[in-house]
Design a protein around this ligand. Structure first.
Ligand code: ATP
Ligand code: MG
Length: 428
């Protein structure tokens, strides 16, 4: 029979294993710990939504909606889309699930998101985000809290060399005036703009400011800043955010070119950026989106939030320690296997990790135990077992001694630990 060809992994997806998995888990665990310090509630939302949830809220003219969404008809003929981000789904849930009664809400979630992109280092088609949002709070204190949370997360992950770049997009009045000035500036340089930016000029001129096309850069760099157009209210809001950051000891720099393209983005826009990941240097990004919920048919509702790529953060953390195998159990012969099982069960029920190589002769199993990283190997069987004893080998020194099995069984591991001077806190 011809050999069946193994199906391959789909382009842009990942199988996360060993070192990468440890980094990944470390990011998620740290996020979960830190979000609790800020009293953000954990939520879960669907991985797919009606396509219009994203089309309406992310905006029909963005790259994500135009080119990157995984959209498909389901068997009933409805158009569904795999979530390319969390914010839109959270806003939809806020409206359809009656969460409005709890406003303001501080929410956190994480999971897979999907974008049809060109895969490269730090850029995948299925990747993972952590996400934090505050819905129903128009106060600058919400922006500050989200930014301080992000800063503490990066600190606790031990990621340094990341800069918080901050901008304001002002209020509606500011934005309209600035937008008009931008359009006038770009119109004057129409001939020199890239093809993509010419398209943006009609629908989304602010996006030209953060164009990565070298052709656009000089024109984007010489475009007018928002500052001259800020209303007193918009200026006061931005000042309150920066004062809050300064008070909390969070460093930031102004980046007047940083924008979010959509009409409903207001006031704060930010990115945490590193130069350690090449073109994929933005690790965490967000802003205030006070018009988004209205675009989904809800009442005017304030919102602000951020998302960060778990893989990109994972690449920046030092490799977390491997999970420890504290004890290995090696039975000397088949007759000792039941006693070895019993011993393992006792140790595990006391909350200590133990592993037993499944098969092989004594020598093979000792080699397995050594390569597992076990601190102690318990060798059980033969005459020793008949006398109610086991041998315990300290792997690092090779020291081996005999102890009574009963002493491990009884108040068991504590007494055992004392005998062998094992720091139990490290083991747990
Ligand atoms: P980029 O400019 O890198 O495409 P973006 O502006 O599309 O990023 P956001 O939509 O703001 O990114 O998503 C928030 C975060 O999610 C990013 O800062 C990044 O860490 C991560 N991210 C975005 N797209 C990908 C991807 N395709 N693969 C892995 N991580 C991603
Ligand atoms: Mg992108």
């Amino acid at each position: 029979m011809a050999r069946i060809q193994t199906p391959h992994r789909v382009r842009g997806t990942q199988d996360i294993f060993r070192d990468e998995q440890r980094r990944f888990a470390h990011v998620l665990e740290t996020f979960d710990r830190v979000r609790k310090l800020y009293c953000f509630e954990r939520i879960e939302i669907p991985m797919f939504e009606a396509t219009e949830v994203f089309a309406r809220s992310i905006g029909e003219t963005t790259d994500v909606v135009l080119k990157e969404m995984y959209t498909f008809p389901d068997r009933g003929g409805d158009s569904l889309t795999l979530r390319p981000e969390f914010t839109a789904g959270i806003a939809r849930a806020y409206l359809t699930e009656g969460w409005q009664q709890y406003a303001p809400l501080k929410l956190a979630t994480s999971g897979a998101v999907f974008r049809y992109e060109r895969p490269q280092k730090g850029r995948y088609r299925q990747f993972h985000q952590i996400d934090a949002e505050v819905i129903g709070a128009p106060e600058p204190a919400a922006d500050v809290e989200l930014l301080v949370l992000a800063d503490q997360l990066l600190r606790e992950l031990g990621i340094d060399g990341v800069t918080l770049q901050l901008n304001t997009l002002g209020d509606a009045e500011t934005r309209d005036a600035w937008r008009a000035a931008l359009v006038a500036h770009f119109e004057a340089h129409r001939d020199a703009l890239s093809e993509d930016s010419l398209k943006r000029l009609d629908k989304n001129p602010m996006r030209i400011l953060d164009s990565k096309d070298p052709k656009d850069r000089p024109i984007a760099d010489s475009a007018p800043d928002i500052d001259a157009y800020l209303t007193a209210d918009a200026r006061a809001f931005f000042d309150a955010v920066t004062a809050g950051l300064d008070a909390a000891g969070v460093a930031w720099t102004r980046n007047a070119r940083l924008v979010r393209g959509l009409d409903y983005y207001r006031h704060t826009a930010f990115e945490f950026v590193t130069d350690r990941l090449g073109a994929q240097g933005t690790v965490l990004a967000g802003g205030r989106y006070d018009g988004l919920i209205e675009s989904l048919g809800g009442p005017p509702t304030a919102g602000v939030g951020w998302a960060a790529g778990v893989e990109r953060l994972g690449m920046l953390v030092a490799e977390p320690l491997a999970e420890s195998v504290f004890f290995a159990v090696v039975p000397k012969d088949v007759a000792a296997e039941a006693a070895a099982e019993k011993l393992q069960a006792i140790i595990r029920r006391q909350g200590l990790p133990v592993d037993m190589p499944y098969k092989g002769n004594m020598k093979r199993r000792m080699q397995k135990a050594a390569s597992s990283g076990a601190v102690f190997t318990i060798i059980i069987g033969g005459d020793e077992l008949a006398r109610g004893e086991v041998s315990i080998k300290e792997m690092e020194t090779g020291d081996q001694r005999v102890t009574s099995l009963q002493s491990i069984h009884d108040d068991a591991i504590t007494a055992f630990a004392e005998t062998f001077n094992i720091p139990l806190r490290d083991a747990r």
